[in-house]
Ligand binder design. Structure first.
Ligand code: SF4
Length: 224
């Protein structure tokens, strides 16, 4: 029976015959040339559909397995980490780059996080979000780690997830004043999670420990 092909980012479809892939589009920020290329590949290999995903990617859906290598070669792009135990995605809102309500530069910080962590192997699947203000259009409320912009910096949110046991994130640190400090905190948390030998979402740790004990434990060695 056909299965997902993890190393090629290919997901078996409901028909158990055809596959879908989703090229990595950091922050969902694309351009006409990339869109044309994706559309041309979908046409050439007779994909059934293109779908805009919740992880800000464009999935090419429903093509034959035999075309998989040629599709990646034509695209000249890397797979998005849509499956596997790793950092799956960093969802980014338009922030101060484009949005009139933006209070922090979510595009700059989010793309930096994408560059550092996208696809990084961790004990369990892990999602991130960066929103430029408390409207939280990148849905940091349901991400394992998220930064949400405020007039005074960033709120660091932890432990949110969707899925069968949804959890809303908790505010771990309020008003982190600079991008660098916010990124250092994210880095510390990712490394803390990496060292855990339990396989579960970050939110499960927080559920069991309580947010205050988690803060104490996870940030104990944080040097800033
Ligand atoms: S979260 Fe705030 S800055 Fe980002 S798109 Fe929404 S309203 Fe704009």
């Amino acid at each position: 029976m056909k299965k997902d092909i993890l190393e090629k980012g290919a997901i078996i479809q409901r028909d158990k015959e055809t596959y879908a892939i989703a090229p990595h589009i950091p922050g969902g920020i694309t351009n006409p040339a990339q869109l044309r290329k994706i559309a041309d590949v979908a046409d050439k290999y007779q994909a059934q559909s293109l779908k805009i995903t919740s992880a800000q990617r464009i999935a090419i859906i429903g093509f034959d397995e035999g075309h998989l290598d040629a599709i990646w070669e034509d695209l000249g792009e890397k797979p998005g980490a849509a499956i596997g135990l790793c950092v799956r995605s960093v969802k980014i809102c338009p922030g101060t780059t484009y949005c009139k309500r933006g209070q922090q530069d979510s595009v700059k910080v989010g793309l930096e996080m994408d560059d550092r962590y996208h696809g990084l192997e961790l004990p369990w699947k892990f999602k991130m979000g960066v929103s430029g203000c408390i409207n939280d259009c990148a849905e940091g409320c349901i991400k394992d780690v998220a930064l949400i912009g405020t007039p005074k910096g960033w709120n660091l949110m932890v432990g949110g997830n969707g899925g069968a046991q949804p959890r809303l994130s908790h505010k771990l640190v309020e008003h982190v004043p600079t991008d660098e400090q916010a990124l250092a905190l994210v880095d510390h948390l990712v490394n803390w999670f990496k060292k855990q030998d339990r396989r579960c979402r970050l939110g499960k740790f927080i559920e069991e420990m309580g947010i205050d004990a988690f803060r104490e434990e996870a940030l104990r060695d944080f040097g800033g």
